[in-house]
Design a protein around this ligand. Structure first.
Ligand code: UD1
Ligand code: CA
Length: 455
């Protein structure tokens, strides 16, 4: 096998996007289209990825730097053949070259693998598709034996040729040696005055190099994005595939059209996902987990049989088994909840470890804290962890009971089985099994006269 070099054309402006962002940086499932293409190239085992960039090159480079990516600048967009020419010097003679496009993001690796496997010194691989309406595309011309002999661009085609419905996807694979012979021979004597990459097909045919055609399983694989409508169309197809995968792995989706996966989501069996849930980054839901409507889960692991109730946001957290989160909970990065924990409505946690069986049921902020087992944190408890400059830690031992509306002014430590009276502002450590009450004493004044309005 020849070492694989993938050339990705991404120099075009994409003016129909009406955007200051280069087209290939527009996202599908939260990831720039160009990164989808690059990740596919990596799945194929590409030795190097050659990005041909022009419009917005600095922006593209800034978010796409990687060890295996080499850039080639195309200052002026003089055609797809001219674009490939810019990367030509960086391709090793013994390589197999796969041409992809930064705005054709969802081609399956399996389809491309098939294409690449066809490449030898006597054959090249061409990906075509048959369309009901081929308008605008390059048409595939075949001889009497059915062998591909040429591609003719729509604008150069005769009416007879325009009737052909098999079209060029633009994606092809060819040995670097051939490419280096043919690309310099391209001419721009055509309707658009461009150097067409597609003209190498006729050169191959003349040189006796066979053109082996592969077709994708489904048209979406070779669908390019020229405007935001097409972007949305591909997003929906991508999400539909994700939904189908989740269901095949044992998840019930309340509505497969109302779940969005923007990253890697793994699910165990009997996972239940209600409507309008967004998953971002790396998320794992173990068996029996249920996620209520309108939740956002990002970079988190939820243990078996736990439930995340409606409208909760979980980010950078790990949750044990049989935990109950929400509704309306927010777990921020560094939250680690053990088994059988409870974090209820309007509770925010950050960099906080919560031991087994502990509960923070209502209206609290708990940050930079360590909670033992079977702790009960009452409604309205705040860890005052920040003095405007530094952050301090709160430590709460096993079995502690924190009464409602308590401020814990960190650094502070509550030892095992301590009790904090409701409404306290705790500034000093509390020893094991002590009761701490820190609030104004109540006075009752009999016969109190309210101020009265003068008549
Ligand atoms: C090209 C093919 C056509 C095929 C169609 C599929 C050629 C000559 N024609 O036509 O047979 O049916 O794709 O969509 O190849 N690009 C550059 N630099 C350039 C020109 C293009 O980077 O100088 C990039 C564009 O950003 C775009 C891609 O190459 O992502 C395709 O270019 P485009 O001009 O859209 O080619 P088509 O005319 O659609
Ligand atoms: Ca195009």
């Amino acid at each position: 096998m020849k070492p694989l070099h993938v050339v990705i054309l991404a120099a075009g402006q994409g003016s129909r996007m009406k955007s200051s962002l280069p087209k290939v940086l527009h996202r599908i499932a939260g990831k720039p289209m160009l990164h989808h293409v690059m990740d596919t190239a990596r799945k194929l085992g590409a030795e190097r990825i050659h990005g041909v960039i022009g419009h917005g090159a600095d922006q593209v480079k800034a978010i796409t730097q990687a060890e295996d990516v080499q850039w080639a600048m195309q200052e002026q967009q003089l055609g797809t053949g001219h674009a490939v020419a810019q990367a030509l010097a960086n391709l090793p003679d013994n390589g197999c070259v796969l041409i992809l496009y930064g705005d054709v993001p969802l081609t399956r690796a399996s389809t491309l693998q098939q294409l690449v496997s066809r490449v030898t010194d006597q054959t090249i691989g061409l990906l075509t598709v048959t369309l009901d309406d081929p308008t605008g595309y390059g048409r595939i011309l075949r001889d009497d034996q059915g062998a591909v002999i040429r591609i003719v661009e729509h604008k150069d085609a005769t009416p007879d040729q325009r009737a052909i419905t098999e079209v060029n996807t633009g994606i092809l694979a060819v040995s670097a040696r051939h490419l280096k012979t043919w690309i310099p021979e391209l001419s721009n004597a055509n309707a658009q005055g461009e150097y067409y990459l597609t003209d190498i097909i006729a050169m191959a045919s003349k040189a006796g190099v066979g053109i082996e055609v592969t077709q994708p399983d489904i048209g979406f694989e070779v669908q390019g994005v020229n405007n935001r409508l097409q972007l949305a169309g591909l997003e929906r197809w991508y999400q539909q595939q994700q939904a189908e995968r989740l269901m095949s792995e044992g998840a019930t989706l309340a509505d497969p059209a109302r779940v969005d996966v923007r990253g890697d989501l793994t699910v165990g069996q009997d996972v239940l996902i209600d409507i309008n849930v967004v998953f971002e980054g790396k998320v794992a839901l173990d068996s029996g987990v249920s996620v209520g409507p309108n939740c956002v889960l990002r970079n988190c692991h939820i243990g078996a049989d736990s439930s995340i109730d409606a409208c909760s946001v979980i980010d950078g957290a790990t949750v044990g088994q049989h935990a109950r989160i929400g509704p309306f909970a927010r777990l921020r990065p560094g939250t680690e909840l053990a088994d059988h924990t409870r974090v209820g409505n309007f509770v925010e946690t950050k960099k906080t470890v919560v031991g087994e069986g502990s509960k923070i049921s209502h209206l609290s902020y708990v940050g930079d804290a360590l909670l033992g087992k079977n702790v009960n944190v009452g409604a309205g408890t705040i860890t005052c962890n920040y003095d405007g400059v530094n952050k301090y830690r709160t430590s709460i031992g096993d079995g502690v009971f924190v009464g409602s509306n308590t401020s814990l002014v960190a650094p502070v430590s509550l030892s095992e089985n301590a009790t904090i009276g409701a409404g306290s502002t705790i500034t000093r450590d509390v020893a094991e099994a002590e009761l701490a009450v820190a609030r104004g004493k109540q006075r009752n004044i009999a016969g109190w006269q309210r101020p009265a309005k003068q008549k």
